[in-house]
Design a protein around this ligand. Structure first.
Ligand code: UD1
Ligand code: UDP
Length: 349
């Protein structure tokens, strides 16, 4: 079977890695990179680190407003799909690249598979929520990472083609685990931090970066925390910080976005992770580091009910208080599968 995998952003390259390996053992795979992310540290670095073959098509769409960016992608993806005529299209997660891929495939009557189906924040002001709801309703194969995700689909009347396979990000994290252990000493030395004596921060959600009040409040909290802070900065966030003229105290160390192994290693050895990223919340949980989420809701409620993730939004005082909460008990069970999600996806397709 010929399968076209469509990706475009940092977390999608990571999700693609295990899926692509599994697909290629049984199928012919064509990888389409929309070019939504294009900086070296947001794209190529992940292809190198994860030993992903260069994409067959690089559409070089770049940045833009939601409509312009998604529209350009739709047109370019359609052209490739008409040429390649794959038997299935696979899309990942909830970005504009996901939505464009889903629309292009559906209009050409190519069966669509959605990896990470059924996640919901129930916040329709998030672009990602629109993208994931629309994609789920267009898909014929819905690969859910968790049982909660399956229930969300059921509530929306989607039961056909749904399978809980586990989370492909757990698959790849398990594969990276020996590397994390081996890399810890060098990594912490490079970043000049000691295990358990620093916090790791990431932030890129539009609700935080595009709202000066929210970003200033988060910045005030970070500036008041009495521990070194490592903050690899997403390009969107960097631009807004400069625009708002945010000043940082000397314990807050900003950097370019970092590689995946460095990121996992720093998450693993941090005292606390503070983030608005979906993937980072879940990785912190899986690596046993308490997480403070700079949002009001999460697509990964299992991390909250297990006691390892606290949703604080952007309030300065709440952020500071949450970092001081005691470390919770180790979770009884792990809700993200058994590390074979990608294999199950390839087999089902
Ligand atoms: C996108 C996804 C989000 C995902 C995130 C992963 C959508 C709507 N959002 O958000 O769900 O969590 O990727 O990181 O698809 N930029 C650069 N260089 C790059 C990429 C982006 O400078 O390589 C800057 C541009 O100014 C751009 C801005 O970042 O306008 C936002 O990029 P975009 O891809 O539109 O959204 P993200 O915030 O990255
Ligand atoms: N990540 C990374 N380097 C960074 C920031 C994040 O490798 O500087 C990884 C992180 O470990 C996770 C993924 O990128 O696997 C999450 O992507 P992001 O936060 O951009 O998107 P989201 O998960 O919120 O959609």
């Amino acid at each position: 079977m010929r399968i076209a995998s469509i990706v475009g952003t940092r977390p999608q390259f990571i999700k693609l890695a295990p899926v692509s390996v599994a697909l290629r053992t049984q199928h012919e795979e064509v990888v389409i990179h929309t070019g939504q992310h294009y900086d070296y540290h947001m794209s190529e670095l992940f292809f190198e680190e994860l030993a992903l073959p260069a994409p067959h098509y690089h559409l070089e769409i770049g940045s833009g407003s939601h409509g312009a960016q998604t529209g350009r992608m739709l047109e370019a993806i359609e052209r490739v799909l008409m040429e390649e005529r794959p038997d299935r299209v696979v899309v990942f997660g909830d970005t504009n690249s996901t939505l464009a891929g889903a629309l292009a495939a559906t209009k050409l009557h190519i069966p669509l598979a959605h990896v990470e189906a059924g996640l919901r924040s129930f916040n329709r002001s998030m672009p990602e929520e629109i993208n994931r709801v629309a994609t789920d309703h267009l898909s014929q194969h819905l690969f859910c990472p968790t049982e909660t995700a399956r229930q969300h689909l059921q509530h929306e009347g989607i039961t056909c083609g749904v399978e809980v396979v586990g989370d492909v990000m757990y698959d790849i994290l398990l594969q990276m685990q020996p590397g994390i252990t081996a890399h810890t000493y060098t990594c912490l030395d490079t970043f000049k931090v000691k295990p358990g004596h620093y916090m790791l921060v990431t932030m890129h959600r539009a609700a935080n970066t595009d709202n000066p009040k929210a970003m200033r409040s988060i910045a005030r909290a970070l500036n008041r925390l009495e521990m070194p802070i490592l903050f690899p900065v997403h390009p969107r966030t960097r631009a807004r910080m400069e625009q708002y003229g945010i000043a940082w105290k000397s314990h807050v160390h900003l950097s370019e976005p970092i590689g995946y192994l460095d990121m996992l290693t720093l998450e693993s050895a941090a005292y606390r992770v503070l983030t608005d990223s979906g993937g980072v919340q879940k990785e912190a949980f899986l690596l046993g580091t308490p997480c403070v989420t700079l949002r009001e809701e999460t697509e990964w409620p299992e991390t909250v009910s297990a006691g390892w993730n606290v949703l604080v939004g952007t309030d300065e005082k709440s952020i500071i208080e949450a970092t001081g909460l005691p470390t919770p008990e180790a979770p009884q069970k792990q809700p993200f599968g058994t590390g074979d999600a990608a294999i199950r996806i390839a087999r089902r397709l």
